[in-house]
Write a protein that binds this ligand. Structure first.
Ligand SMILES: Nc1ncnc2c1ncn2[C@@H]1O[C@H](COP(=O)(O)OP(=O)(O)OP(=O)(O)O)[C@@H](O)[C@H]1O
Length: 754
């Protein structure tokens, strides 16, 4: 192997030499491009200042300015491309590739050697020194075991023979490790990567993508892809590499702006934000459900998933029943039926007022416009026609108002400042006559006065959507009207009302849809309801869906088998081609931690633990008197070897109560809903904020009687956040969930009774 390593190191050196040559060339091209842009910009600046007094000059200058503008844009684009190439080359220089495959094509006698890395590298003679991991041929590296293999290309399926597969770890141009393997992607390298410490940011996994993850990443045929994977099985990793793959595969027609990812919390958004840039791609749009809804209900406080979780025990059985009804797909069907059957008199239009409160459009006027439209028109069409008529009437009123005495009076008394503000970007020279200028200014004044009306028409405020939803509730779920009205009065809205209300609004007004989004990804999908999925599918009608989750980690929803879930989603989201992929191997945690997680679940045997050895998890029985002493002792011990220790609680109140007890001894932070970054030291956080994250050491705080059978999913999620060490801290009586664990799966530490 040593001889092999020498040969391979020489190859690495040769490739790096080529990268350095290209780097030097690119560097000088980039500098040239920067200089060029500065020159053109300077030139453009001077031209823009040219006297525009004479009309002829003006036209000439405009043409020139346009030309210069285009030049600047073109130069900037060129500069951006060179900059991106430079970044890629710099990255490749440190670690040019991670894989090698030797293949023998059917008509050949000697095998061809290909190297695979995070980006392609081509020399002057068009030889591929490195293949991008997303290139069709690279799929052999991830999918194939030695022997006959096939791979998909745009021209169809091709066959070849895989003779050798080799993996490398190259750091700063030096081969640290290399393995020959017949596995999909061998255990040794994965062992090494998974054994490392956690980081502030998630890393890309392109060197060690596993076969079933590869199926998710390279899927281009399904419009609904459901991924059900156990905790730590690489669901999040798979979607991020999938996004990078899609951007490469459809690079002519897909951009990062057309991809939306719904992530569970802001900490998670931060945690994953470096994966795509490390692969030379821009990040997709990222949003949490709370951010998405808050934007749509301006002025209202929207209940978040976390509020919902924190409050769930406070609801009466009746309230729970009402919520359960609102969270069924049939509730959205009731919205559709309601909209289809609405008569004009049932529409809750509201009058439109001016700034001063004076009514501009009476409710009866709006109703009359709507009622006069053909009955068989679709509701959203009818609404749009009404809106257009109102806008037309507003424009007419503006024209009429221009000659009103108050306008003329105002024009005569304008201060210089008011005059120039009204004139805006317009130049005085642009008016042929004084009368034109006066008319222009008068119109501006009137528009200012009627601004609120325009705003109301533009934003559909002339339909009182809350009253409309209340009317809908009074027909289908009258027992919930009071709570809803009360909520609105206090400027808040329950999560369960959001999707049906928005759906109702959009069906009636024809607004809300975004046709441009091509892919929608939802992580931690087990915490979403069917109405939320239905609404998201409705507003992103052209998006292919990738939904990822683990029903064992559900904070509220009941367990459901993946196949049953797929059938449900297929039906309600009207998917044409759907597929469910299951991931059963857990990569995050040591085998000992995964074994404990398996033992917690009734059907835990379906989880395969990746054979990475570590310490047995520990249960600390502290007893309430010794609690602080034991906790501090444990934290001290853990912080000796780790920069961060996560203290995960069931809820925010418990997290908050721990803080004053620890802050004097340790650098301690309690994380809340709005936090985006993970600090070092002791980090206290409720479980819903730890979703999707991982930590070297997790202390699950107070696993006592407050964890009953119904809380199994929560305890499982907490345990599954630990990579290397898990400590279950018990203050009083242990949870019955711990009682059923076989004792060989953990060690015990107890307070000494003095
Ligand atoms: N093929 C792989 N190669 C290297 N590391 C991997 C691989 N797959 C997963 N991992 C690592 O395992 C850990 C868990 O992955 P990830 O967070 O994507 O899992 P998940 O299924 O989304 O987890 P959860 O649902 O529990 O939040 C991460 O540290 C990830 O980098």
């Amino acid at each position: 192997m040593d001889k092999d390593k020498k040969v391979e190191q020489k190859h690495v050196n040769d490739v790096i030499k080529e990268i350095e040559t290209q780097l030097a060339f690119n560097e000088s091209e980039y500098q040239k491009a920067q200089l060029e842009t500065t020159l053109v910009e300077k030139n453009y600046g001077q031209n823009a200042k040219i006297n525009t007094f004479e009309v002829d000059d003006q036209m000439e200058t405009n043409a020139e300015v346009q030309q210069q503008k285009q030049l600047v844009a073109k130069n900037l684009e060129n500069e951006q491309i060179l900059k991106k190439q430079l970044e890629t080359l710099k990255q490749l220089k440190k670690s040019p590739y991670f894989g090698r495959i030797d293949i023998l094509d059917p008509d050949e006698t000697t095998p061809e050697t290909l190297y695979i890395g995070t980006a392609s590298l081509v020399d002057d003679e068009q030889n591929f020194l490195i293949y991008d991991w997303r290139a069709p041929i690279s799929s052999i590296y991830y999918n194939g075991t030695l022997g006959k293999v096939s791979y998909e290309t745009p021209m169809g399926t091709l066959e070849t023979e895989l003779k050798k597969k080799r993996q490398f770890t190259i750091v700063n141009g030096q081969i640290k490790n290399m393995f020959d393997t017949n596995e999909t992607v061998g255990d040794e390298m994965l062992q090494q990567i998974l054994g490392e410490h956690s980081d502030e940011y998630m890393h890309n996994i392109v060197a060690t993508i596993q076969k079933e993850q590869n199926d998710i990443i390279r899927d281009t045929t399904h419009d609904l892809l459901l991924v059900q994977g156990v905790a730590g099985s690489g669901k999040t990793s798979a979607i991020l590499q999938r996004i990078a793959f899609l951007l490469y595969h459809s690079r002519d027609k897909l951009s990062a702006e057309q991809i939306v990812l719904f992530s569970p919390n802001l900490l998670f958004s931060h945690y994953i934000s470096e994966v795509l840039p490390s692969l030379g791609e821009r990040n997709m749009r990222q949003v949490t459900l709370a951010e998405f809804l808050t934007q749509r209900f301006q002025g209202l406080k929207v209940e978040t998933l976390f509020d919902r979780y924190e409050k769930q025990n406070a609801l009466t059985p009746e309230e729970q029943e009402i919520r359960a009804k609102k969270e069924q797909a049939s509730f959205m069907e009731q919205v559709e039926k309601y909209v289809a059957a609405l008569s004009p008199s049932q529409l809750c239009f509201s009058e439109v007022r001016l700034h001063g409160g004076e009514i501009f459009f009476e409710r009866s006027e709006i109703e009359a416009i709507y009622a006069a439209l053909p009955q068989n028109m679709r509701p959203e069409q009818r609404f749009l026609e009404t809106k257009n008529t109102l806008i037309k009437r507003l424009k007419q009123r503006i024209e009429e108002e221009i000659t009103a005495p108050w306008v003329l009076e105002k024009l005569e008394t304008l201060s210089d400042e008011e005059y120039y503000t009204l004139l805006g970007n317009k130049r005085r020279a642009a008016f042929q006559a004084l009368a034109d200028e006066e008319k222009y200014l008068a119109k501006k004044l009137v528009k200012q006065k009627f601004e609120k009306v325009y705003d109301a028409l533009y934003n559909d405020y002339f339909l009182d959507i809350y009253a409309q939803y209340q009317h809908f509730l009074s027909l289908v779920l009258p027992e919930s009207v009071l709570t809803f009205t009360n909520d609105i009065e206090y400027h808040r809205i329950a999560l369960a009302d959001c999707a049906p209300l928005l759906y109702l609004r959009d069906l009636l007004t024809g607004s809300g849809q975004n046709q441009a989004i091509a892919h929608l990804f939802i992580d931690e999908m087990q915490d979403y309801t069917l109405p939320q999925f239905i609404y998201l599918k409705y507003i992103f009608p052209n998006a292919k869906l990738t939904l990822l989750g683990d029903s064992e980690q559900a904070l509220f929803n009941p367990l459901m088998t993946p196949d049953k879930l797929l059938a449900r989603l297929e039906k309600h989201l009207r998917a044409k081609k759907s597929k469910c992929i299951k991931l059963n191997t857990s990569y995050r945690s040591t085998a000992q931690i995964t074994d404990l997680m398996k033992a917690l679940l009734p059907d835990g045997e379906q989880i395969n633990s990746f054979t990475r050895p570590g310490k047995l998890p520990k249960i600390v029985f502290a007893g309430s008197e010794q609690e602080h002493f034991m906790l501090k002792q444990q934290l001290e011990k853990s912080l000796e070897q780790n920069e961060t220790v996560a203290l995960i609680t069931k809820d925010l109140a418990t997290a908050g109560a721990l803080y004053p007890k620890l802050r004097k001894t340790f650098k301690t932070t309690v994380l809340g809903n709005e936090d985006r970054a993970l600090p070092k030291g002791v980090v206290i956080l409720p479980i819903y904020l730890a979703k999707g994250l991982e930590f070297d050491v997790v202390i699950a705080y107070d696993i006592s009687e407050n964890y009953q059978e119904k809380d199994l999913g929560i305890l499982y999620t907490i345990c599954s956040r630990a990579m290397h060490e898990l400590i279950l801290f018990v203050k009083q009586e242990p949870s019955p969930l711990l009682a059923k664990l076989p004792p060989e799966l953990y060690t015990v530490e107890r307070t000494l009774k003095l």
